[in-house]
Write a protein that binds this ligand. Structure first.
Ligand SMILES: *Cc1c(COP(=O)(O)O)cnc(C)c1O
Length: 223
């Protein structure tokens, strides 16, 4: 059970680093929520982190989340599950049913499917738009210069509430300008929630205004 002990210790370290970054950036204490990214990790490695008080988790695949989370959610009150990976339209119904937050709304087709499922299921996950701040061809997310029109379409035509923006900067670039771009798009569109920053760059993201950081390996170890 060595890994459980270390996951708890890692969680404490990450929490302390978030608090320090808040102070250093002049942010309010507890301005930043921690989304613990548990993708690829089995339930027995997640349970100790729940026992240590963590309630917000991120998964990148609908099917994997379905195999782990219904039971974990049933066992503990207040679990909040975020989808942080690309959503295929044939998985939309399952995603709306299982997730409390879908962070990866990034194209009209998927937005329409989500709107349809929300009506059908009467379930209202919070929705974030993913922005491809580096315009990387292989990466999901709406292009930065199309973000405003897409957010407007979601809001006015589809009646969706867009609560947040999310980005994953290119791995080989300084993330700062990408976080700044996401913050600017959020400001221009009246959006308060900024999901940005991962294990290697969450402190930088906090300096640029992140309200949620998505941290996996720094808590659960390498995948
Ligand atoms: C895996 C993943 C993370 C966490 O990455 P770490 O480097 O392990 O912290 C965050 N966001 C997304 C979208 C991911 O897929």
């Amino acid at each position: 059970m060595e890994h459980s002990v270390s996951a708890r210790e890692n969680l404490e370290r990450v929490r302390a680093a978030i608090a320090a970054a808040e102070t250093e950036s002049g942010r309010k204490s507890s301005a930043v929520r921690l989304v613990a990214v548990s993708k690829t990790k089995p339930a027995e490695e997640i349970t100790p982190v729940i026992a240590a008080g963590q309630r917000v988790f991120g998964e990148n695949r609908v099917q994997e989340a379905q195999s782990k989370w219904p039971e974990l959610k049933a066992a503990t009150d207040g679990i909040e599950l975020h989808l942080i990976g690309p959503l295929q339209s044939n998985k939309t119904a399952d995603a709306v049913a299982l997730f409390d937050v879908i962070q990866t709304v990034d194209r009209e087709k998927i937005a329409r499917e989500i709107a349809k499922e929300i009506t059908k299921q009467g379930k209202h996950p919070r929705l974030y738009v993913q922005v491809n701040t580096g315009s990387e061809p292989q990466k999901a997310g709406i292009e930065p210069d199309e973000a405003a029109a897409f957010i407007t379409l979601c809001r006015t035509e589809l009646g969706l509430t867009i609560d947040g923006l999310m980005c994953i900067p290119p791995v080989d670039e300084n993330p700062g300008p990408h976080f700044a771009l996401l913050a600017k798009i959020a400001r221009e569109n009246g959006i308060d929630t900024l999901s940005m920053g991962m294990s290697d760059d969450f402190e930088t993201a906090i300096a640029f205004g992140a309200t949620e950081v998505r941290v996996g390996s720094a808590i659960f170890g390498a995948r």
